[in-house]
Design a protein around this ligand. Structure first.
Ligand SMILES: NC(=O)CC[C@H](N)C(=O)O
Length: 365
């Protein structure tokens, strides 16, 4: 059945419906990873967005039980050139389309994703609507609707855990604040034997400190980081007291809590193999990225943070550390999933930081 993707600028893309038959509205974004579609569609950071996958054949190695980054799929929709109905991989248990159908996510196939991506790169991310399967749309009315529609502001509360839960280990005690966590982060902490407690995004600093953690990890998550001022306040209160490591949204929160400011990128950084220079070592690492906002470089001047990582494609801020406290963070995804894993050593750095701070007699008690 036919389905249309209509954008706020009046562009109309005609394709074939798959997944859920319902209509859906969201910010249309694109990711360029050649593999990793399962991780990408299940990353809660993409909550309420319509995701274009630029690689021309999606689903060719199917869907398996292990590679989900979260069990819920919170995307507003997916846009592909072609999806494979006959996946080939020993781990595959169902097709990409079956998953979209089961999880009620509308999809459109047969789209010239290259043309769509060029449009998004020229105009910046655009609001868009996927029409209901088989429906003949009134384009003028939909464009009007889209221009009046504003992006949601409550995505973190939709995807964060509602209750704390443990993921035990015998090593460092870590409180992991869940803003819409990718499982890869928990996996890397557990791999290092951390004794992790995952807590909701709105847990107050006093409750976190009462758990006497060796360190606090701030996860990735969806939306504009300024939408969660309560979390920014919590992070501000935690910084002087406990070693901290932030990833993606977690990085943005540390920067905002330190007095820096954020802005929306024209079309975001999404995909694998984004080169980032580590200014502390001079090394360039290939990184997995998925963000639509960034920290303003000039605004770091008014903070106690120093720049540690920079994006080589557009020179935006990719990582900072605190000049006084054992607190650091990166805008990219060191946990990879889907790779590359060049930066996974940052989790070791976090472990060392927690151990050193602990030996120093808990200056942060
Ligand atoms: N993956 C993330 O944590 C993304 C952070 C934030 N939602 C952004 O788009 O910039």
């Amino acid at each position: 059945m036919k389905r249309y993707l209509i954008l706020e600028d009046g562009s109309v893309f005609e394709g074939n419906a798959f997944g859920s038959p319902s209509e859906s509205t969201g910010e249309v974004i694109f990711t360029t990873g050649m593999t990793g579609y399962q991780e990408f569609i299940s990353d809660p950071s993409n909550c309420a967005q319509i995701l274009t996958l630029t690689y021309p054949l999606i689903g060719n190695y199917g869907i398996n039980p292990e590679d989900f980054e979260a069990m819920e799929i919170t995307l507003a929709g997916v846009v592909v050139r072609e999806w494979s109905q006959q996946p080939s991989n020993f781990r595959s248990q169902r097709t990409f389309g079956e998953l979209m159908e089961e999880r009620n996510v509308p999809g459109i196939a047969g789209i010239d994703t290259r043309q769509l991506t060029k449009l998004l790169r020229t105009h910046g991310s655009l609001r868009g609507k996927l029409t209901a399967a088989g429906e003949q749309p009134n384009v003028e009315r939909i464009v009007e609707e889209l221009n009046a529609w504003s992006l949601p502001h409550d995505e973190v509360s939709r995807v964060s855990t509602l209750r704390p839960y443990p993921s035990p280990g015998r090593g460092s005690r870590v409180v992991l604040m869940d803003f819409g966590m990718k499982h890869g982060i928990l996996r890397e902490l557990n791999r290092r034997d951390c004794d992790v407690t995952v807590v909701p995004y709105n847990t107050p600093a006093s409750e976190i400190l009462a758990m006497q953690p060796d360190g606090v990890m701030l996860s990735n998550g969806p939306g504009d980081p300024t939408d969660i001022p309560e979390a920014i306040q919590t992070v501000k209160e935690l910084i002087p007291h406990v070693p901290m490591f932030g990833v993606c949204l977690g990085h943005q929160l540390i920067a905002l809590a330190s007095g820096a400011s954020s802005f929306k990128l024209k079309f975001g950084h999404r995909g694998a193999n984004h080169p980032v220079k580590d200014l502390t070592t001079g090394r360039t690492e290939l990184t997995s990225q998925n963000h639509g906002y960034a920290i303003d470089l000039a605004s770091l001047e008014q903070t106690d943070l120093e720049l540690t990582h920079i994006a080589l494609n557009d020179q935006t801020v990719e990582g900072v550390r605190h000049k006084q406290y054992p607190v650091f963070c990166v805008q990219f995804h060191p946990e990879g999933s889907a790779g590359p894993e060049d930066s996974v050593h940052l989790f070791d750095q976090f472990i060392t930081l927690m151990q050193t701070a602990g030996k120093a007699g808990k200056q942060h008690a």
